[in-house]
Ligand binder design. Structure first.
Ligand code: F2R
Ligand code: MG
Ligand code: MG
Length: 376
């Protein structure tokens, strides 16, 4: 029987896992890995760390916007005793962007970050609402930074959902943008509270699917207006239209999770995973891949020669190609919350810029959460 890591170790693993995923994945966001499943290229890159860390003038792997924004979320939660304060978070995002604009931010979110810095702004959610002609962004920027919110969820799933949504809405008002953050936060939260000897990857995925179906994507625009009979009739019509492919389903994360559950049984090649679950900059085409990377890598992957499930998760996520830093960062946060800090090689931590800050922030959040629990 394997001993589960302590909760403190899981907090640390989560935030540091997100940083190493971002830093190791970032060089490939620009160059690509040469197509999904190019395990050798990613493995060769990591194998060079041995030489680089001891060599003269070894340079750190730099973090990008994923880590810059996640640090703001953690700082804000620490300053507000574990509570999510949207105004405070908005100011931190704006200040961070103004201080270090060259961290590879999404092309459109920059407009929002500049407006969040306006001292006269009365509604901090307004700039995000006007993005894309009022449609809002569905980029994965809300999801990539949400892990600290999940750490502060304690055992309240509703709180995780609400806070993940609020934190994302500051920049991403499209339902696929903020619901991606909700799914990522739920995955981190569930990983954090699953003991290693009770892990069952299929059940883990089914549980996420049920929560998204019952508490998140069930909320349609006419929510609360129709009575139960009318709702049921509408659902039956909708389902028959979906079967006839007359309308697109708007529960895109449930669709991704259904495919993910199927993949856990069928174990398709990386090309198929990337094509169905996605590997792009949009949240609905990347969060599912991060969750799958974690679950799939609990077991060995043919062609990926690494023993540790944590390391395997990061390498596999990057090997999906596309938005490599973000998919690896999200997968790293989930895997780290499950496997704990001991699973992340010290050498990786030393090489990745920002690991030390993530470690300190994890400890502060852990102290806040455990203190508030004992006081109740
Ligand atoms: N920006 C990048 N990568 C590009 C390369 C950067 C390069 N290395 C550099 O140095 O500059 N990566 C980062 O961006 C992603 C997170 O983006 P976020 O925060 O969601 O930003 P944004 O701008 O809101 O959305 C990203 C793009 O998605 C498309 N998009 C979103 N909503 C849309 C909509 N409603 N309609 C049409 N398109 C929409 C747009 O192309 C946005 O620019 C992470 O990968 C992070 O690493
Ligand atoms: Mg990035
Ligand atoms: Mg990215």
């Amino acid at each position: 029987m394997t001993l589960s890591p302590t909760l403190r170790s899981r907090f640390r693993g989560c935030l540091v896992g997100a940083v190493v995923g971002d830093c190791i994945g970032a060089p490939f966001e620009v160059t690509g890995v040469g197509g999904p499943g190019s395990y050798d290229i990613v493995q060769d890159f990591v194998n060079k760390f041995d030489v680089e860390i001891d060599g003269p003038g070894s340079e750190k792997l730099e973090y990008t916007d994923d880590t810059a924004m996640a640090r703001c979320v953690a700082e804000s939660l620490i300053a507000n005793n574990g509570q999510l304060e949207a105004k405070d978070l908005a100011k931190r995002f704006a200040d961070e962007y103004m201080a270090h604009p060259r961290r590879g931010y999404g092309y459109n979110v920059i407009t929002v970050l500049k407006r969040l810095g306006d001292r006269d702004l009365s509604d901090v959610f307004a700039p995000a609402r006007s993005q894309f002609d009022g449609g809002g962004s569905y980029g994965n920027g809300g999801a990539m930074r949400v892990a600290p919110v999940a750490l502060c969820g304690e055992d309240e799933v509703e709180r995780v959902i609400q806070n993940a949504k609020s934190s994302a809405l500051l920049t991403h008002s499209n339902r696929n943008g903020y619901n991606g953050a909700v799914l990522q936060a739920l995955a981190v939260h569930q990983a954090l509270h699953t003991s290693t000897d009770k892990m069952n990857s299929e059940k883990f995925a089914e549980n996420l699917l049920n929560t998204m179906r019952e508490k998140v994507e069930c909320q349609t625009s006419d929510e609360g207006t129709a009575n139960d009979n009318k709702k049921e009739a509408k659902l039956t019509t909708l389902m028959s239209q979906v079967k006839k492919r007359k309308v697109e389903r708007d529960d895109v994360y449930c669709q991704r999770l259904e495919s993910l559950c199927h993949f856990l049984k069928s174990d398709p090649p990386a090309e198929e995973v990337a094509s169905v679950l996605g590997n792009s900059i949009s949240a609905h085409n990347s969060v599912g891949s991060a969750v799958y990377s974690f679950l799939r890598c609990l077991n060995p992957v043919e062609g990926l020669h690494v023993q540790s499930p944590m390391e395997r998760t990061i390498l596999y996520a990057i090997s999906l190609d596309g938005d490599t830093d973000t998919i690896a960062s999200m997968a790293g946060a989930i895997a780290g919350a499950f496997h704990g800090i001991e699973s992340i090689p010290e050498q990786w931590q030393k090489l990745c810029e920002g690991s030390d800050t993530a470690l300190k922030q994890a400890d502060r959040l852990y102290e806040i959460i455990t203190k508030s629990k004992t006081e109740r």
